[in-house]
Design a protein around this ligand. Structure first.
Ligand code: GH3
Ligand code: MG
Ligand code: MG
Length: 345
């Protein structure tokens, strides 16, 4: 390339990179070479940090996380190859993998380059350093390093967004409880634990209890006060379910005004006790609704149907569909028994 070409390349890069914000580290045991390299790079406005041996270099690398490292091959303590391996494959510093690593070497033979490349080096510069080549390699390296960093950032954002979407797709918007889809996915898996042992050979759960909790005469709330008040009541009920259920319970909004509470290892006695405390947490005190200029104290009750799937049971309640059907039968009985009560099947 002629000088004109080099000049054009340098010019165009001036607009691409904010050079004083880029972090370059030079690691070399030769102070003269360090001084010279810094001088060549300062012409283009880079801020350059330096280290005079491999261990000092590593300390600085972990402190400043440089965008680009220029490192001598032969140093008195650790070699450039060893330092390069640390930079490129240290599980404690995954962000260093995108630091561009230029190896300085007096060796131009191919087998040295293979060794360096296998250690993770991105580029080589042969001594004595040509300042034009040095600056061009640094520009190219920084372009790649910045691109890799921005890709890594975009990837992280995508992963976080995917996690959020996955959790939103399993959450009920109104009550923030788990939704029907979460139940459809989760209950069969939980029931499978009744048929197996965990990796340590221990039984995970002896039984799984399912409660269907249905608000009594909820349609009247909507009909009397409107759907928005109805929504507030559903939110308040969800809050009371969270406060009164067991820490092991999973709570779902199953349908409109129906909730599901799934709790492992509750036998019939414990299940009835928990269901009753849930029911009472709603019936015992009115629900306060404050909506714009409306202030209401509403007496609301729920009916609860309970079914339990046991390990090694002969019945088909180990199947999610049948277990829910049983709990539904309990709910039906509770409704027929006058509501505001619990029935276990
Ligand atoms: P029962 O005691 O027999 O359960 O009577 P109910 O009135 O509670 O039952 P029904 O099935 O007749 O009515 C349920 C009502 O729940 C009807 C529906 O409009 C209301 N509903 C369902 N989803 C929502 C919701 O998200 N918000 C509001 N406000 N109402 C809802
Ligand atoms: Mg109802
Ligand atoms: Mg209902």
């Amino acid at each position: 390339m002629n000088n004109e070409g080099i000049k054009t390349g340098v010019q165009s890069l001036k607009y691409d990179l904010k050079r004083d914000q880029l972090k370059i580290l030079v690691v070399d045991d030769d102070p003269v070479l360090i001084k010279l390299t810094c001088k060549h790079l300062s012409i283009e406005g880079y801020r350059v940090e330096t280290a005079t041996n491999g261990e000092l270099g590593w300390k600085l690398i972990t402190d400043i996380l440089p965008d680009l490292i220029i490192c001598d091959w032969v140093m008195p303590d650790i070699s450039g190859v060893t330092l390069c391996q640390r930079v490129k494959s240290n599980p404690d510093y995954p962000e260093l993998r995108v630091s561009y690593f230029i190896m300085l070497t007096a060796h131009s033979e191919i087998n040295y380059r293979v060794l360096g490349l296998d250690a993770g080096a991105d580029e080589f510069l042969t001594k004595p350093i040509n300042p034009f080549e040095l600056r061009a390699r640094v520009r190219a390296g920084l372009r790649i390093s910045l691109m890799a960093k921005s890709l890594a950032r975009a990837n992280q954002k995508l992963l976080a967004r995917n996690e959020l979407l996955a959790s939103l797709s399993l959450t009920d918007q109104l009550t923030s409880l788990l939704n029907r889809r979460a139940m459809d996915e989760g209950l069969p898996k939980l029931l499978q634990s009744l048929e197996s042992v965990n990796i340590t050979g221990q039984v995970e759960h002896d039984c799984i209890c399912v409660m269907i909790i249905d608000v009594d005469f909820f349609k009247c709330v909507n009909d009397t006060y409107g759907h928005l008040v109805g929504d507030e009541v559903l939110k308040a009920i969800a809050g009371r379910l969270q406060n009164s259920s067991s820490p092991d319970s999973l709570l779902y909004r199953y349908g409109g005004e129906e909730f599901l509470c799934i709790t492992p290892d509750l036998d019939s006695t414990k299940a009835l006790k928990l269901a009753e405390s849930i029911r009472q947490s709603i019936a015992d005190r009115p629900i306060n609704v404050t909506l714009n200029d409306i202030y209401l104290n509403l007496n609301v009750t729920v009916s609860i149907g309970v079914a339990i799937a046991f390990r090694s049971s002969e019945s088909n309640t180990q199947d999610a569909y049948h277990l829910i059907k049983q709990a539904d039968l309990g709910l039906y009985q509770a409704k027929n028994s006058g509501r505001n009560c619990t029935c276990i099947i």
